[in-house]
Design a protein around this ligand. Structure first.
Ligand code: DC
Length: 229
């Protein structure tokens, strides 16, 4: 079987990261969560006063600080992949609501996208990679052999996010999360640079009414068909 690139794009909280991670494990591929990279840059901006909910993002200052921001991944002792910001494990912190609320305005900045896109492309030079995000099949790897676009209704995605955050012990309100999901959809799909959209040659997966097992079976069937050709 030849080594390929698997690009998985879709809306926030559509379950694509869980699915992509699980697929990578099953097929022995490297997994890269590109959203985590945008989240790490956002965390840096929040920590350094370059972004705040009240004032928004100081684009000029953040662009200037970009050379100081190093995002990477490391494998934790339990085998899970952790996002690192300038050598610090920020895997937990980048998932907090404060970061989720600011990540879309940070990810519209063309210089941020250019820097992270180049880093993402460098991970794929040897293929054998599953990457998930918003523009992987359209911009990062437009020639990826397998492209999947994951879709689910905003209500289903908001409920999944509430369950996820509650499981981590965070106090959350469904309406607030639903608003965050819709707001991110709006910014992600309407931004000028690399907006979220289905690549023409991407396979569509609507998982509103699919179990995790059904999604995995669907992904594996398609992977075997494409990589086995
Ligand atoms: O997948 P996620 O929800 O962790 O992504 C967080 C944000 O990062 C999302 O709102 C949009 C942005 N993002 C992006 O612009 N391009 C990507 N390839 C991945 C994420």
């Amino acid at each position: 079987m030849k080594k390929i690139i698997v690009a998985i794009d879709g809306y926030s909280s559509s379950g694509k990261s869980t699915m992509a991670r699980q697929l990578a494990r099953e097929i022995g591929y490297l997994y890269v969560d590109s959203g985590a990279m945008y989240r790490a840059v956002t965390l840096y901006a929040l920590r350094h006063g370059l972004a705040s909910p009240e004032k928004g993002v100081d684009v000029e200052a953040l662009v200037k600080a970009l050379p100081e921001i190093n995002v990477s991944f490391s494998l934790a002792a339990d085998g899970t992949q952790h996002t690192m910001l300038n050598g610090e494990d920020v895997e937990r912190e980048i998932r907090l609501m404060e970061v989720s609320d600011m990540v879309s305005p940070v990810s519209v900045i063309p210089e941020v996208r250019r820097r992270l896109t180049a880093l993402q492309q460098s991970y794929g030079v040897d293929k054998g990679i599953v990457m998930d995000g918003r523009d992987i099949g359209t911009t990062v790897f437009p020639d990826a052999e397998m492209k999947v676009f994951v879709d689910a209704s905003p209500e289903v995605r908001a409920q999944r996010r509430v369950d996820e955050l509650k499981a981590k012990g965070e106090e959350v309100n469904y309406e607030e999360v639903l608003y965050n999901v819709c707001e991110r959809d709006r910014i992600d799909t309407t931004r000028k640079e690399s907006p979220l959209r289905k690549a023409e040659d991407a396979l569509l997966l609507n998982n509103d009414e699919m179990t995790r097992e059904e999604q995995m079976a669907w992904l594996l069937d398609n992977f075997k068909r494409i990589a086995g050709e």
